[in-house]
Write a protein that binds this ligand. Structure first.
Ligand code: TUI
Length: 315
C-alpha cells in the first residue's frame, strides 16, 4: 500500500488527484475517481456559478467520498465560481493558470483546503505564505496551459522551496511516473491525460480515440504569443494555429478569436479537425479505455512493485 500525508490530510485512499480539465472534468469523472479512492476534481472553468453549483450537487449524489473543484483563474466566471465553492462547502479547491492569493483568505475562512497548481518556486512560496495546504508542481509535459519548467527539475526545487506537501503533475500516466514522483520528493501525483480515456469520462469518443492512437511526438505547444502556451494533440486546427502564430499580419485579437470554442468543439462535439484536443506528452503511453478504479489500482500496484525493487542497483 502506498500511503502518504496527503491521504491523511484529505481522507483519500490513494495519493492521486484527477486534473481539473476544462470541458472534461465533470461530476461523472470526478465521482468515478473519488469512488476509486483518489481525489476527483470538477473543473469550474467552463461553468458559470449556477452551472458549477449543479455539477457539485450532482457529484454529491454520485459519491460520498471527498472531491474537489478546480478554479481556473483566467476564467470569465472566476468571481462567481469562487463564491459558489464556499456556499456549497466544497472540501478542496485546486487552482490553475495564475496566482490565487487574492481569493485564498475567503476560502480558508470557510475551512476549505486550497491546493494551487504552480509552475515555479516563486508562486509556490507565495501561496504557502497565503495558507495553501499543499501545492501541485506541474511541469510542461502536461496537456493544457503550461509553464516553462519540466516536471523533473520543477518538483525537487518546489519541494526544497516550501514546507507544505508537494504533489507532482505533468508526464505521469503509469506506476513508473508515480514512483519517480515520490523519488523526487512529492507525496502524491495529479494525473489528467490518462483519465481522458476513463470509462466515466464523458468526452467525445473522437477525443478518446485520438489519445489512444497518439504517439510520443504527437503533441504541440501553441499560444506562446498570447501569453498562455497550451499543449494539445496535433491536428489541422493546432497546426494551422501554430503557423498563424508566427504570421505578423495576424493580430493577437484575431488569434484569440480563433481559439474561442475550440476546447468545447473537441471535448463535447468531437470535431476532429476544428477542435483543440488538450493532452500531455504521455498520450503515446495510453493504450486502453479503463474504469477510473482500474487506472488507479493498476498505477499504484505497479508503483509499489517498482519502489519495492528500487534498491536493486544499490550495492
Ligand atoms: O491551468 C492549467 N491548465 C489549463 S487551464 C486551461 S483553459 C485556458 N483557457 C484560456 C487560457 C488559458 C487557459 C487549459 N489547461 N494547469 C495549471 C497551471 N497553472 N499550469 C501553469 C499554471 C500556472 C502558471 C502561472 C500557475 C501559476 C502561475 O502564476 C503566474 C502568476 O504569477 O500569475
Amino acid at each position: 500500500m502506498i500511503h502518504t500525508p496527503i491521504c491523511e490530510m484529505l481522507g483519500i485512499q490513494y495519493p492521486i488527484f484527477q486534473g481539473g480539465m476544462a470541458w472534461v472534468a465533470d461530476a461523472s469523472l470526478a465521482a468515478g475517481v473519488s469512488n476509486a479512492g483518489g481525489l476527483g476534481i470538477i473543473a469550474a472553468m467552463n461553468s458559470n456559478g449556477e452551472q458549477l453549483r449543479a455539477e457539485i450537487r450532482k457529484c454529491r449524489e454520485m459519491t460520498d467520498k471527498p472531491f474537489g473543484v478546480n478554479i481556473m483563474l483566467m476564467s470569465p466566471f472566476v468571481e462567481e465560481t469562487a463564491k459558489v465553492v464556499i456556499e456549497e462547502k466544497v472540501p478542496v479547491i485546486t487552482t490553475g493558470a495564475g496566482n490565487p492569493s487574492r481569493y485564498m483568505e475567503g476560502w480558508l475562512a470557510a475551512g476549505i483546503k486550497v491546493i494551487p497548481v504552480v509552475a515555479s518556486t516563486g508562486v509556490a512560496k507565495m501561496v504557502e505564505k497565503h495558507g495553501a495546504a499543499a501545492v501541485i508542481a506541474e511541469g510542461g509535459e502536461s496537456g493544457g496551459h503550461i509553464g516553462e519548467m519540466s516536471t523533473m527539475p520543477l518538483v525537487p526545487q518546489v519541494c526544497d522551496a516550501v514546507s507544505i506537501p508537494v504533489l507532482a503533475a505533468g508526464g505521469i500516466a503509469d506506476g513508473r511516473g508515480v514512483a519517480a514522483a515520490l523519488m523526487l520528493g512529492a507525496v502524491g501525483v495529479q494525473v489528467g491525460t490518462r483519465f481522458l480515456v476513463a470509462k466515466e469520462c464523458t468526452i467525445s469518443q473522437v477525443y478518446k480515440d485520438k489519445v489512444l492512437k497518439a504517439k510520443d511526438t504527437d503533441t504541440i505547444v501553441t499560444g506562446k504569443r498570447l501569453g498562455h502556451p497550451m499543449r494539445s494533440l496535433k491536428n489541422p486546427f493546432s497546426r494551422e494555429f501554430a503557423k498563424l502564430e508566427y504570421d505578423t499580419s495576424i493580430t493577437a485579437e484575431e488569434l484569440e478569436k480563433m481559439g474561442l470554442g475550440a476546447l468545447r468543439r473537441a471535448a463535447r462535439e468531437g470535431d476532429a479537425k476544428g477542435g483543440t484536443f488538450l493532452a500531455g506528452q504521455v498520450s503515446g503511453m495510453i493504450k486502453q479505455e479503463q474504469t477510473a478504479s482500474e487506472i488507479i489500482t493498476e498505477m499504484f500496484t505497479e508503483a509499489e512493485e517498482i519502489l519495492k525493487g528500487a534498491t536493486k542497483w544499490v550495492k
